[in-house]
Design a protein around this ligand. Structure first.
Ligand SMILES: [Zn+2]
Ligand SMILES: [Zn+2]
Length: 141
């Protein structure tokens, strides 16, 4: 699965939820050592997120041990963790990532490898009635 949920919840600094760059850490220790060095004011507010994040990994061909690119999605601010599958898919496609009909994701690094004519706009995701879908259609009922 190109867009997948992490197994563990990330730790964040918790100082300001609206900041452009909100680093995520794989453990409380890592968050604390970062805060000690860079943002001591955040030490008292460090917290784990309620849910594990979603990330996107490129399925293009690559030179790694498994023959795939494995590039992890990052936006301009260096963030790449979404709160849900739908949000993450919308986010990465805004950054020119493509999702093939078979569900593989191709990053901007590997867009050329995405099978032509087999591109899905986005996987089918559960919609809340009344919300716009990703292709702008209103959901019935
Ligand atoms: Zn995260
Ligand atoms: Zn790639």
């Amino acid at each position: 699965m190109p867009v997948k949920q992490l197994k563990e919840r990330c730790w964040v600094l918790g100082v300001d939820d609206d900041r452009d760059f909100d680093p995520h850490f794989g453990s409380e220790d890592k968050a604390r050592s970062y805060a000690r060095d860079s943002e001591p004011a955040a030490l008292p507010t460090i917290k784990a997120l309620d849910e594990p994040c979603w990330i996107a990994v490129c399925d293009g061909p690559g030179g790694g041990p498994f023959g795939v690119c494995d590039e992890e999605f990052e936006d301009d601010e260096g963030g790449g963790h979404g709160p849900s599958e739908a949000v993450t898919v919308e986010w990465i496609t805004a950054y020119q990532w493509k999702i093939a009909a078979d569900g593989r994701a191709f990053g901007s690094c590997c867009t050329d490898s995405c099978p032509a004519g087999a591109v899905a706009a986005a996987p089918v995701v559960a919609q809340i009635p009344g919300q716009l879908t990703l292709d702008g259609q209103k959901v019935a009922g």
